[in-house]
Design a protein around this ligand. Structure first.
Ligand code: AMP
Ligand code: FES
Ligand code: ZN
Length: 326
């Protein structure tokens, strides 16, 4: 690599992107990342120049990279960090989000799941659902609610090419046609829901990690301690092996789906759903739902029901809550 030159400007090479058959110096690589995001935003009409987006920041490389890129592209993008109560992992993640906001200046809103809902993810893991699924549901609900409460009409997430490829692979493997019809880079706003956009769908994890390293952005490197057994991790490993032998496989898998297949599926879903179940406010929290009580309020009930009772149980709950604070 050291003998190689940047294909764009001839400067010293910093990174090879086999999926694009390109070698870039550090500056041209940053430009490439911004360009990929700008193209994705334009192609899918994700944001307009007068939008005031809210970036959901986890403290990881992807959400910090997308926040940084949006600010560089001129968007007035603020951040939202949701405290999940996963011990030191959550504490360190929050610190990275705060450090970035302090350095670059935008507003960072912080919301704590335990304060808002009465439970943190370690307690939710005791309920009927696996941790990651309870966590995903809590994040969607709380991030959407916070965005609307603070007056933001669009939420940006850091889902990257590897995330999208793994989810797509899982959905295809089980032919989850309903999920495939909704796996879009833009989920338009609707009654009670802010628009959700994923501008990083063309950038891989390796690119966002390199982007943060070059830009000097500190992020949480460790994986979430509760993510063990998450099947998307296995799909990511498998897709990386394929990418190694066939550079560009992930990008063509995801972009082919997004541009060619997904529109047909959403179209068919829209046509077939003329008598779709009516959405109305949840009788408890007011969030839109097709049931009497929304999925997040049902999760809250399950977590409360699964909480141990009696003196020993209460001691255990107290200890678990204390552990989750360290
Ligand atoms: P994950 O669900 O961990 O794969 O994260 C996907 C995206 O959700 C991230 O790129 C962020 O945009 C958002 N996100 C994840 N965790 C948090 C959090 N604790 N607070 C705010 N946003 C988050
Ligand atoms: Fe949700 Fe780990 S971040 S379970
Ligand atoms: Zn509800």
């Amino acid at each position: 690599m050291s003998a190689t030159k940047c294909h764009r400007c001839g400067d010293r090479a910093a990174i090879e992107l086999r999926q694009h058959r390109m070698v870039y110096c550090a500056e041209c690589f940053l430009r490439h990342c911004r360009e990929q995001v700008r193209r994705t935003i334009d192609r899918h009409a994700m944001l307009s120049s007068d939008d005031h987006p809210l970036v959901a920041v986890s403290g990881g490389k992807d959400s910090l990279a997308v926040w940084d890129i949006l600010l560089d592209l001129g968007y007035r993008a603020d951040g939202l960090y949701l405290g999940l109560g996963i011990g030191q992992y959550s504490e360190r993640s929050a610190e990275h989000a705060r450090e970035f906001a302090k350095r670059r200046g935008p507003r960072l809103i912080e919301v704590d799941l335990a304060d808002e809902a009465g439970f943190a993810i370690p307690q939710a893991a005791r309920g009927a659902r696996p941790a990651c699924s309870a966590c995903g549901l809590s994040k969607r609900h709380m991030i959407n609610r916070a965005a609307l409460e603070h007056g933001y009409e669009v939420v940006v997430t850091g889902h990257n090419l590897d995330d999208e490829a793994a989810v797509l692979f899982g959905n295809v493997l089980r032919w989850e046609v309903d999920y495939l019809a909704r796996q879009r880079p833009v989920l338009p706003e609707s009654e009670g829901f802010a628009r959700r956009v994923k501008p990083l769908v063309r950038l891989s994890e390796r690119e966002t990690a390199a982007y943060c390293a070059i830009r000097g952005i500190n992020y949480i490197i460790e994986e979430c301690p509760m993510a063990g057994g998450n099947r998307h991790l296995a799909y990511k490993e498998m897709l990386n092996q394929l990418e190694e032998r066939q550079p560009g496989a992930k990008l063509s898998f995801v972009s082919g789906f997004v541009n060619r297949v997904q529109p047909m599926l959403s179209h068919a879903a829209d046509a077939g759903n003329a008598d779709e179940a009516e959405v109305h406010p949840c009788s408890r929290c007011g969030s839109p739902t097709t049931s009497e009580v929304c999925a997040f309020c049902r999760l809250t009930d399950r977590v409360r029901d699964a909480a141990p009772t009696g003196r020993r149980g209460r001691r255990r709950t107290r200890r678990a809550a204390q552990r989750s604070q360290h």
